[in-house]
Design a protein. Structure first.
Length: 72
């Protein structure tokens, strides 16, 4: 079971950019996420093919389960 925190940002050209964080501390504190996203935008250190990050759109925890089967 792998969990990631997906931070979704609007870019200057109207697209969505995502930053993922592996194994987030749970429970996720929404205020800390909002503040962190604001700091990422203010620092202006990430640029995407669709421009700079301009606003926070959302955040979500993605839980992925993988089951391997030995076939040989």
């Amino acid at each position: 079971m792998a969990k990631t925190l997906e931070l979704q940002f609007a870019t200057e050209f109207g697209k969505t950019a995502k930053i993922t964080v592996d194994n987030p501390k749970e429970p996720v504190d929404e205020e800390v996420v909002k503040l962190s996203m604001a700091q990422i935008i203010a620092a202006n250190i990430f640029t995407t093919a669709s421009g700079k990050l301009v606003s926070a759109k959302g955040a979500r925890v993605v839980d992925r389960n993988v089951t391997d089967y030995e076939l040989a």
